[in-house]
Design a binder for this molecule. Structure first.
Ligand code: 6PG
Length: 233
């Protein structure tokens, strides 16, 4: 299912309304955030227009993936979220469960796996998020599961170490079972450079089977697209 918006602000407001309703209906909400650049505009608008209406203290924040860098590094997904969202809304520090990108990769993976298992309610024996936010890479990757490591998607572990195909950067990434165990999944995708992969995956054509993003459970997923990302649909 996809929703197409005239611009990123409209897309962000749609998500803001969803989050507002979800926080009004539930005593606590478990959300896994996406990283990269797309969330910046969305977090910025949420900070400006939903800072007082959403009860941010109810939300438990996790990430679908993280780069193995310190939180102060411009590459850090936690750092980006802090700069564009947490610094502007009233969250509770105890409810923020980041990947410790400054640690050794295996240590960070173990620590994050424990914090997810210990703090997120289980469903089918697997931690279940109320909301899973995902992005889409130009190569069809999602979270940090890249086409050259698509087997990681089928891992029995809820998180794995992954590697960026060009930079070699090490990442901690959630895997298929925990992503697809979520109650609601949103792909947040903007920009013309994503249009080809959006079309291939949604319409199951071309090389879509090689793209990890195509393995996301369609029945639980809403694609939030700007008109540039949707222009081939
Ligand atoms: C990351 C992400 C990744 C991202 C896509 C899209 O840490 O890089 O979580 O999956 O969502 O690469 O990135 P952009 O939004 O920057 O295009």
């Amino acid at each position: 299912m996809q929703k197409i918006f005239n611009n990123k602000q409209e897309l962000a407001r749609y998500f803001g309304e969803y989050l507002l309703k979800a926080t009004q209906e539930k005593p606590e909400l478990y959300i896994a955030l996406s990283g990269g650049s797309t969330p910046k505009v969305i977090f910025e608008l949420l900070s400006k227009e939903y800072d007082k209406t959403i009860d941010w203290t109810k939300i438990r924040f996790f990430w679908g993936d993280e780069r193995m860098v310190a939180p102060t590094n411009p590459e850090s997904n936690f750092g980006m979220t802090r700069e564009y969202l947490f610094d502007h809304v009233k969250t509770r520090a105890v409810n923020i469960f980041r990947v410790k990108g400054e640690l050794e990769p295996q240590e960070a993976l173990n620590a994050y796996t424990h914090s997810v298992n210990d703090n997120v309610p289980l469903h089918n024996g697997i931690p279940q998020f109320d909301i899973m936010l995902l992005g889409l890479g130009d190569d069809g990757h999602t979270a940090s599961i890249f086409p050259h490591q698509i087997d990681l998607w089928h891992s029995r572990n809820i998180c794995e170490l992954a590697q960026h195909p060009e930079s070699g950067q090490v990442r901690v990434s959630m895997t298929g079972d925990i992503i697809n165990n979520s109650k609601q999944i949103f792909f947040l995708v903007t920009g013309e450079n994503k249009a080809e992969k959006v079309d291939e995956i949604i319409n199951q054509k071309g090389s879509y089977k090689q793209y990890p993003a195509a393995l996301v459970d369609k029945n639980k997923t809403e694609w939030l697209l700007d008109k540039e990302a949707a222009h081939l649909l």
